[in-house]
Design a protein around this ligand. Structure first.
Ligand code: DX5
Ligand code: ZN
Length: 230
Protein backbone atom coordinates (compact mmCIF):
# COMPACT_ATOMS: atom_id res chain seq x y z
CA UNK A 1 0.00 0.00 0.00
CA UNK A 2 1.58 3.34 -1.07
CA UNK A 3 2.64 5.87 1.60
CA UNK A 4 -0.13 8.43 0.99
CA UNK A 5 1.39 10.96 3.37
CA UNK A 6 4.81 11.25 1.72
CA UNK A 7 5.14 13.54 -1.28
CA UNK A 8 8.04 14.07 -3.63
CA UNK A 9 9.09 17.73 -3.75
CA UNK A 10 11.85 19.01 -6.03
CA UNK A 11 13.61 22.13 -4.81
CA UNK A 12 15.91 24.34 -6.80
CA UNK A 13 19.14 25.67 -5.41
CA UNK A 14 19.84 28.81 -7.41
CA UNK A 15 23.34 29.27 -5.97
CA UNK A 16 24.94 28.37 -9.31
CA UNK A 17 22.37 30.19 -11.43
CA UNK A 18 23.01 33.65 -12.95
CA UNK A 19 22.66 35.62 -9.71
CA UNK A 20 22.51 38.87 -11.71
CA UNK A 21 19.08 37.70 -12.95
CA UNK A 22 17.94 35.86 -9.83
CA UNK A 23 14.17 36.33 -10.28
CA UNK A 24 14.17 35.52 -14.02
CA UNK A 25 16.35 32.45 -13.45
CA UNK A 26 14.09 31.28 -10.61
CA UNK A 27 10.99 31.74 -12.78
CA UNK A 28 12.64 29.86 -15.66
CA UNK A 29 13.43 26.88 -13.44
CA UNK A 30 10.12 26.91 -11.57
CA UNK A 31 8.24 26.76 -14.86
CA UNK A 32 10.43 23.74 -15.66
CA UNK A 33 8.48 21.83 -13.02
CA UNK A 34 10.20 22.44 -9.66
CA UNK A 35 8.05 22.66 -6.50
CA UNK A 36 9.99 25.11 -4.35
CA UNK A 37 13.01 27.40 -4.09
CA UNK A 38 15.90 26.38 -1.86
CA UNK A 39 17.65 29.61 -0.90
CA UNK A 40 21.22 29.19 0.38
CA UNK A 41 22.12 31.87 2.95
CA UNK A 42 25.82 31.84 3.82
CA UNK A 43 27.40 34.25 6.34
CA UNK A 44 31.12 33.66 5.75
CA UNK A 45 31.45 32.28 9.31
CA UNK A 46 29.53 28.99 9.47
CA UNK A 47 30.74 28.30 5.93
CA UNK A 48 33.66 29.85 3.95
CA UNK A 49 31.37 31.64 1.52
CA UNK A 50 29.01 34.65 1.47
CA UNK A 51 25.70 34.83 -0.44
CA UNK A 52 22.62 36.92 0.47
CA UNK A 53 20.11 37.67 3.24
CA UNK A 54 16.55 38.82 3.99
CA UNK A 55 16.59 41.88 1.67
CA UNK A 56 17.08 39.65 -1.39
CA UNK A 57 14.40 37.23 -0.16
CA UNK A 58 11.97 40.15 0.23
CA UNK A 59 12.57 41.21 -3.38
CA UNK A 60 12.12 37.66 -4.64
CA UNK A 61 8.88 37.33 -2.63
CA UNK A 62 7.54 40.51 -4.26
CA UNK A 63 7.94 38.81 -7.63
CA UNK A 64 6.79 35.32 -6.58
CA UNK A 65 3.76 35.43 -4.30
CA UNK A 66 3.00 31.72 -3.95
CA UNK A 67 6.33 29.89 -4.32
CA UNK A 68 7.49 27.99 -1.22
CA UNK A 69 10.79 29.44 0.04
CA UNK A 70 12.98 26.96 1.95
CA UNK A 71 15.73 28.99 3.63
CA UNK A 72 18.93 26.98 4.05
CA UNK A 73 20.58 29.00 6.81
CA UNK A 74 24.32 28.27 6.80
CA UNK A 75 24.92 30.89 9.48
CA UNK A 76 26.79 30.90 12.80
CA UNK A 77 23.91 32.57 14.72
CA UNK A 78 20.63 31.18 13.34
CA UNK A 79 18.61 32.79 16.16
CA UNK A 80 19.66 36.25 14.89
CA UNK A 81 17.87 36.07 11.52
CA UNK A 82 14.53 34.39 12.29
CA UNK A 83 12.43 37.58 12.42
CA UNK A 84 14.03 39.26 9.39
CA UNK A 85 13.65 36.15 7.26
CA UNK A 86 10.05 35.61 8.37
CA UNK A 87 9.23 39.27 7.64
CA UNK A 88 10.80 38.84 4.19
CA UNK A 89 8.21 36.16 3.42
CA UNK A 90 10.02 32.83 3.90
CA UNK A 91 8.06 29.61 4.52
CA UNK A 92 10.64 27.31 6.08
CA UNK A 93 13.71 28.09 8.17
CA UNK A 94 16.30 25.32 7.96
CA UNK A 95 19.09 25.87 10.45
CA UNK A 96 22.10 23.68 11.21
CA UNK A 97 22.10 21.78 14.50
CA UNK A 98 25.87 22.44 14.72
CA UNK A 99 25.25 26.21 14.93
CA UNK A 100 23.05 26.45 18.04
CA UNK A 101 23.23 25.65 21.80
CA UNK A 102 19.41 25.69 22.16
CA UNK A 103 17.78 23.79 19.30
CA UNK A 104 14.45 23.44 21.12
CA UNK A 105 14.16 27.15 21.85
CA UNK A 106 15.13 28.00 18.26
CA UNK A 107 12.52 25.61 16.84
CA UNK A 108 9.82 27.27 18.93
CA UNK A 109 10.99 30.73 17.87
CA UNK A 110 10.78 29.73 14.19
CA UNK A 111 7.27 28.32 14.63
CA UNK A 112 6.17 31.46 16.53
CA UNK A 113 7.45 33.50 13.57
CA UNK A 114 5.07 31.49 11.35
CA UNK A 115 7.62 29.34 9.53
CA UNK A 116 8.15 25.57 9.29
CA UNK A 117 11.23 24.15 10.98
CA UNK A 118 14.02 22.45 9.06
CA UNK A 119 16.96 20.91 10.95
CA UNK A 120 20.18 20.37 8.98
CA UNK A 121 23.14 18.09 9.67
CA UNK A 122 26.61 18.40 8.12
CA UNK A 123 28.45 15.31 6.82
CA UNK A 124 30.54 14.79 9.99
CA UNK A 125 27.56 15.12 12.34
CA UNK A 126 25.97 12.01 13.87
CA UNK A 127 22.33 11.80 12.74
CA UNK A 128 21.19 10.75 16.21
CA UNK A 129 21.46 14.39 17.34
CA UNK A 130 18.14 15.23 15.64
CA UNK A 131 16.06 12.38 17.12
CA UNK A 132 15.10 14.05 20.42
CA UNK A 133 13.81 17.17 18.64
CA UNK A 134 11.78 15.15 16.12
CA UNK A 135 10.31 13.10 18.99
CA UNK A 136 9.25 16.36 20.68
CA UNK A 137 7.44 17.23 17.41
CA UNK A 138 9.54 20.40 16.98
CA UNK A 139 10.87 19.54 13.50
CA UNK A 140 8.99 19.55 10.18
CA UNK A 141 11.90 18.49 7.98
CA UNK A 142 15.39 17.00 8.37
CA UNK A 143 18.10 18.08 5.93
CA UNK A 144 20.90 15.57 5.38
CA UNK A 145 23.77 17.38 3.68
CA UNK A 146 25.33 15.26 0.93
CA UNK A 147 28.28 17.66 0.53
CA UNK A 148 30.24 19.80 2.97
CA UNK A 149 28.13 22.99 2.94
CA UNK A 150 29.54 26.15 1.37
CA UNK A 151 29.59 25.69 -2.41
CA UNK A 152 27.50 24.34 -5.27
CA UNK A 153 28.90 21.92 -7.86
CA UNK A 154 30.57 19.53 -5.41
CA UNK A 155 30.53 15.70 -5.59
CA UNK A 156 27.74 13.72 -3.91
CA UNK A 157 28.68 11.80 -0.74
CA UNK A 158 27.07 8.35 -1.10
CA UNK A 159 27.97 7.47 2.49
CA UNK A 160 25.38 9.96 3.75
CA UNK A 161 22.58 7.67 2.56
CA UNK A 162 22.77 5.60 5.75
CA UNK A 163 21.61 8.69 7.66
CA UNK A 164 18.61 9.06 5.33
CA UNK A 165 17.68 5.38 5.69
CA UNK A 166 17.97 5.60 9.48
CA UNK A 167 15.61 8.59 9.72
CA UNK A 168 13.17 7.13 7.16
CA UNK A 169 13.00 3.84 9.07
CA UNK A 170 12.08 5.72 12.27
CA UNK A 171 9.76 8.35 10.72
CA UNK A 172 7.82 7.03 7.69
CA UNK A 173 6.05 10.32 6.97
CA UNK A 174 8.65 12.93 7.91
CA UNK A 175 10.01 15.21 5.17
CA UNK A 176 13.66 14.29 4.53
CA UNK A 177 15.70 16.60 2.30
CA UNK A 178 19.01 15.88 0.61
CA UNK A 179 21.22 18.68 -0.66
CA UNK A 180 24.52 18.70 -2.53
CA UNK A 181 25.55 16.95 -5.74
CA UNK A 182 22.05 15.60 -6.37
CA UNK A 183 21.06 14.99 -9.99
CA UNK A 184 20.26 12.26 -12.56
CA UNK A 185 23.31 10.16 -11.53
CA UNK A 186 22.64 10.23 -7.80
CA UNK A 187 18.85 10.48 -7.48
CA UNK A 188 18.29 6.71 -7.32
CA UNK A 189 20.48 6.45 -4.21
CA UNK A 190 18.57 9.30 -2.55
CA UNK A 191 15.19 7.82 -3.46
CA UNK A 192 16.09 4.28 -2.35
CA UNK A 193 17.36 5.60 1.00
CA UNK A 194 14.04 7.39 1.58
CA UNK A 195 14.56 11.06 0.72
CA UNK A 196 11.42 12.82 -0.57
CA UNK A 197 12.59 16.46 -0.71
CA UNK A 198 15.26 16.80 -3.38
CA UNK A 199 17.46 19.88 -3.71
CA UNK A 200 19.33 20.19 -6.97
CA UNK A 201 21.44 23.06 -8.27
CA UNK A 202 24.09 22.53 -10.94
CA UNK A 203 22.45 19.39 -12.39
CA UNK A 204 19.30 21.41 -13.24
CA UNK A 205 20.55 24.99 -13.66
CA UNK A 206 23.33 24.08 -16.10
CA UNK A 207 21.29 21.50 -18.11
CA UNK A 208 19.85 22.50 -21.53
CA UNK A 209 16.64 20.58 -20.62
CA UNK A 210 15.91 21.30 -16.94
CA UNK A 211 12.31 20.07 -17.28
CA UNK A 212 13.50 16.58 -18.22
CA UNK A 213 16.02 16.45 -15.37
CA UNK A 214 13.31 17.46 -12.87
CA UNK A 215 10.76 15.01 -14.32
CA UNK A 216 13.26 12.13 -14.22
CA UNK A 217 14.17 12.86 -10.59
CA UNK A 218 10.50 13.08 -9.60
CA UNK A 219 9.78 9.76 -11.29
CA UNK A 220 12.63 8.04 -9.41
CA UNK A 221 11.36 9.31 -6.04
CA UNK A 222 7.69 8.57 -6.75
CA UNK A 223 8.62 5.02 -7.75
CA UNK A 224 10.20 4.46 -4.34
CA UNK A 225 7.38 6.19 -2.43
CA UNK A 226 4.86 3.88 -4.13
CA UNK A 227 6.85 0.89 -2.80
CA UNK A 228 6.72 1.97 0.86
CA UNK A 229 4.20 0.26 3.08
CA UNK A 230 2.88 1.74 6.25
C1 DX5 B 1 25.78 23.90 -0.65
C2 DX5 B 1 24.33 24.29 -0.77
C3 DX5 B 1 23.57 23.52 -1.82
C4 DX5 B 1 24.15 23.63 -3.21
C5 DX5 B 1 23.50 22.63 -4.12
O1 DX5 B 1 26.28 24.33 0.55
O2 DX5 B 1 23.68 24.13 0.47
O3 DX5 B 1 22.21 23.89 -1.79
O4 DX5 B 1 23.98 24.91 -3.70
O5 DX5 B 1 24.04 22.74 -5.40
P1 DX5 B 1 24.56 21.47 -6.22
O6 DX5 B 1 23.32 20.69 -6.58
O7 DX5 B 1 25.24 22.08 -7.40
O8 DX5 B 1 25.48 20.69 -5.34
ZN1 ZN C 1 21.50 24.25 0.37
Amino acid sequence: MANKLLKCKIGLSILNADLASLAAESERLLTSGADYLHLDVMDGHFVPNLTFGAPVVKCLRSKMKDVFFDMHMMVAKPEQWVKDVADAGADQYTFHIEATQNPGELCRKIREAGMKVGMGVKPNTDINVVVDWIDQDLVDMVLVMTVEPGFGGQSFMQEMMSKVSFIRSKYPTLDIEVDGGVGPNTIDSCAKAGANMIVSGTAVVKNPDPAKVIADMREAVNKQISLYSL
